[in-house]
Design a binder for this molecule. Structure first.
Ligand SMILES: Nc1ncnc2c1ncn2[C@@H]1O[C@H](COP(=O)(O)OP(=O)(O)OP(=O)(O)O)[C@@H](O)[C@H]1O
Length: 691
């Protein structure tokens, strides 16, 4: 790789940039004129419609309104285009490659958005999602081929160049003869964090590009190590699919299932930055609540994890482990079949002196198995009534109809969904596996099995049935039953991503293989390169949970520190000192990541009052911001910070496998600096030698 220091080339690129910016401005001015003309035209059409309303007939009025509507739509399109051009003004492109084909060579500039110079009738910048742009990510200089809608196009890349442009200046320009990114990528990764997740269009890697542009997989599972760019890629993939299938897919057709609202806020910037609307987002608990029609109260996943950490309750762990197995799902299926087969005991009945045989009742009842129970009884009665009408040419009287309904209801073993669900554990001979949580609520581990049973025995209503692409992040934290519910509810394409090493609750977790058993025909891809953290931090985290496949990106920083203090007070004072140092640094975010909410609250109380931008995240929090964020490892999942402090990494605080995972999650949130503090002996997880 060479940095292009060649002054004439830099000057030529600066002139080209200048020219493009001028063209963008000229197109914006032309659009402004058109927008003013549209506004005047709409105004005069409206005035005409108003002034002539008495002379116009109905058809003329409709046509005049339609014409106004049409002008408004044309104006809206022009406005959208103007907004895009306005965004291009700051940084119109980030890459260039020269593509030679049949002896003719064309420089192709790639940007976040397409720029078609309408005044000259030419494409000046290609959208990063355009078919030709894939060459930029997939090839070095040399022979190259890309898939266009008309078939494969082969040629040769003779030059490849990367830029960072701000305002009207080229801040960085690198020619790559060997590989597309390294220097620019290093530069990107060394920067301080932003308000939220940033787009990575300029430095997407080849394996990441393949995932983004995969439009064939029905279910795509991305298993990637911490910081491998899973979430970024998934969002870029959404932007790509919206571009690729723009006629059939819009942002309202996409749904993201995200772990919490802070995470949803953290990622909310990416799609708008890529020129797309934000998409719908929902948490598992809200989805569950909807599927249960708001009729059941249950504990949350966060509460379940907290209880596991605070109580160390072996019986609870056994319940969770049991309900997170694929065997459990198979047994629940068997039970549902058993309930269905035995819930209706049909008998011959006489209605209006006509015989309705048991076999007919049985048959009709089975036919309507996908309806909620009340609806099903109604349908059975209605169908029997019709059959009596057809067969005996007799219309039932009201009284007879009521008798029929009462008889059908009598044949049905009536029990609530909750009772039927509880019956499952009796049926299994393991009643101890069902336990109510505090305040009569369901344990979180029972929520999705209950929903699954409801789906098997009745039906569920959901506003999300028409979703066309579902994205699930942090896949490791959902159980096979949850995937079974998702599979039944969403028949659409899915992108599912996560990391088995980052499960915050190992008793309720799934690996890619287990998900594949439930969502068949899933395609699995793996990402082993970690981009987020400096190599020192990544190596340090490897001590905690060693993953032999992980490849750390070669970016250096300060080695992580582990410091011991004489007592809690001294430890908190040191944390306050580090927070002060952070406020004086170039960094924008400091995460103080604790094991439990109680511990997080204590650190918050110790720092509160001294710092301006200090935030304690709780289950209810909804926003991610810059400054100092104090949270649990559970809440920190998916987030990243310039600096991270992990307090109380003592032998006692981090002892179990679950705690090891949490410590791993906490440490892997750090991009540039990591400090751990403790009193007494440090946790044994920090003592491991890496082979
Ligand atoms: N190709 C890339 N170019 C620039 N930055 C990248 C690239 N890939 C990943 N990154 C950066 O690496 C960091 C981690 O990305 P992301 O959060 O998407 O990873 P993840 O795999 O979802 O992480 P985790 O599972 O640990 O939460 C982000 O700062 C992201 O911008």
């Amino acid at each position: 790789m060479t940095t292009s220091n060649d002054q004439p080339q830099r000057d030529a690129e600066q002139r080209h940039l200048h020219d493009i910016l001028q063209r963008i401005r000229a197109n914006i001015s032309e659009l402004d004129e058109r927008l003013t003309a549209y506004a005047d035209d709409i105004q005069s059409q409206k005035e005409y419609l108003w002034n002539s309303r008495d002379e116009m007939d109905h058809i003329e009025k409709i046509s005049a309104r339609e014409s106004i509507q049409q002008s408004v739509m044309t104006g809206d399109n022009a406005l959208t285009r103007r907004k895009r051009l306005e965004k291009l003004k700051d940084s119109p492109y980030f890459g260039r490659f020269d593509f030679t084909r049949h002896g003719s060579q064309e420089p192709i500039y790639i940007g976040v958005h397409h720029f078609r110079d309408d005044l000259a009738g030419q494409n000046r910048v290609y959208d990063w999602r355009a078919p030709i742009a894939s060459l930029f990510y997939d090839y070095e200089t040399g022979p190259a081929v890309y898939a266009s809608p008309e078939g494969n196009v082969a040629g040769e890349i003779t030059l490849k160049r990367q830029f960072r442009i701000k305002g009207s200046a080229i801040e960085l320009m690198i020619d790559s003869a060997v590989h597309v990114v390294d220097d620019v990528l290093q530069d990107e990764l060394s920067r301080a964090s932003d308000e939220g997740m940033k787009n990575i269009v300029a430095t997407i890697q080849r394996d990441q590009n393949a995932i983004i542009r995969n439009d064939e997989a029905n279910v795509l599972i991305i298993q990637g190590v911490a910081g491998s760019g899973k979430t970024s890629i998934a969002l870029h993939r959404i932007a790509y699919l919206l571009y690729r299938f723009k006629d059939t897919l819009s942002s309202e057709d996409i749904l993201i299932i995200s772990p919490n609202r802070v995470f949803a806020d953290y990622i909310s910037n990416v799609l708008p930055e890529l020129g797309e609307e934000t998409v719908n987002e929902i948490g598992m608990e809200d989805l569950a609540d909807e599927l249960l029609d708001g009729q059941y109260r249950f504990e949350t996943f966060f509460e379940q994890t907290t209880a596991l950490l605070e109580k160390n309750d072996e019986a609870m762990k056994a319940r969770l482990r049991f309900k997170a197995s694929t065997d459990f799902l198979a047994q629940l299926d068997q039970y549902a079949a058993h309930v269905e087969a035995n819930r209706f005991s049909a008998e011959d009945i006489w209605i209006a002196r006509r015989l309705v045989p048991a076999w007919l009742l049985e048959e009709v009842f089975r036919k309507h198995r996908h309806l909620p129970t009340n609806e099903r009884v109604k349908q059975v009665c209605w169908e029997i009534e019709r059959k009596i009408g057809n067969q005996y040419n007799y219309d039932l009287e009201r009284e007879e109809r009521n008798t029929l309904k009462a008889a059908v209801k009598n044949m049905l073993k009536q029990s609530t969904l909750r009772e039927t669900y509880k019956g499952f554990y009796q049926w299994l001979g393991q009643p101890e596996m069902f336990k109510t949580a505090s305040r009569g609520r369901l344990e979180y581990a029972d929520v999705f099995p209950l929903i699954y049973l409801k789906m098997r025995l009745e039906s569920v209503q959901s506003t999300w049935r028409n979703v066309k692409h579902l994205l699930i992040d942090e896949m490791q934290d959902y159980t096979p039953v949850q995937y079974a519910v998702i599979g039944r509810l969403f028949s659409c394409k899915k992108t599912i991503l996560g990391d088995a090493y980052q499960s915050v609750n190992p008793y309720s977790a799934s690996k890619a293989e287990e998900i594949r058993q439930v969502l068949r025909q899933a395609m699995c891809v793996t990402l082993n390169k970690s981009y987020r953290s400096s190599i020192e931090i990544t190596h340090f985290a490897q001590q905690i949970a060693y993953n032999p496949d992980l490849e750390a990106i070669e970016r250096h920083g300060e080695p992580p520190s582990v410091k011991r203090y004489a007592n809690r007070q001294a430890e908190l004072a040191a944390i306050a000192d580090m927070a002060r140092a952070f406020t004086k640094s170039d960094h924008n975010t400091l995460g103080i990541v604790c094991k439990t909410q109680k511990q997080a609250r204590k650190v918050f109380d110790a720092l509160n009052g001294e710092f301006d931008r200090l935030q304690l995240l709780s289950e209810q929090s909804a926003a991610f911001g810059q400054g100092i964020i104090i949270c649990t490892a559970h809440m920190a999942k998916g987030l990243e910070f310039d600096r991270v402090i992990v307090p109380d990494v003592s032998e006692k605080n981090y002892a179990t496998d679950m705690e090891r995972n949490l410590l791993y999650v906490a440490c892997t949130r750090a991009m540039h600096r990591l400090d751990l503090t403790h009193t007494g002996l440090p946790t044994a997880f920090l003592a491991r030698e890496i082979a």
